[in-house]
Design a protein around this ligand. Sequence first.
Ligand code: CMP
Length: 144
Amino acid sequence: HDERTFVMAKPDAVQRGLIGEIVSRLEGKGLKLVAGKFMRIDEALAHEHYGEHEGKPFFDGLVEFITSGPVFAMVWEGDDATRQVRRLMGATDARDAQPGTIRGDLGNDLGHNLIHGSDHEDEGANEREIDLFFDDEELLDWDR
Ligand code: CMP
């Protein structure tokens, strides 16, 4: 199958009723949803997921934010999916993100940036994050 990438609508997206909008933009671009889970991230999972940021000044705030309410975790599949999602998301700091991107159109700032996507420059990021959030049997193979 094509490349699979981990994506998550963060608590601010859930709070603001933007899950559908985010899913819609990825679907509209032709990416294929292969897994989705509405869930709460606990402290331990937050530390694992954001382990690379441990020790940075914004780490505690990041953990507090990501555990503050439910998230919608997803796996999307497509040709060059990681980079495609990254382009659709826009720059990490929503204040700098281009109009037309999810963060550029809807995001508020650096912390409240609505959506997480695996880093395409981090070789193992997709596999690691998919494994962290999903069991193998939760990833669905389907044709369209
Ligand atoms: P994300 O792609 O989820 O990965 C790490 C997150 O940390 C990032 O999005 C931002 O929301 C957040 N982040 C990165 N840098 C900072 C910073 N300097 N201050 C606050 N939050 C940050």
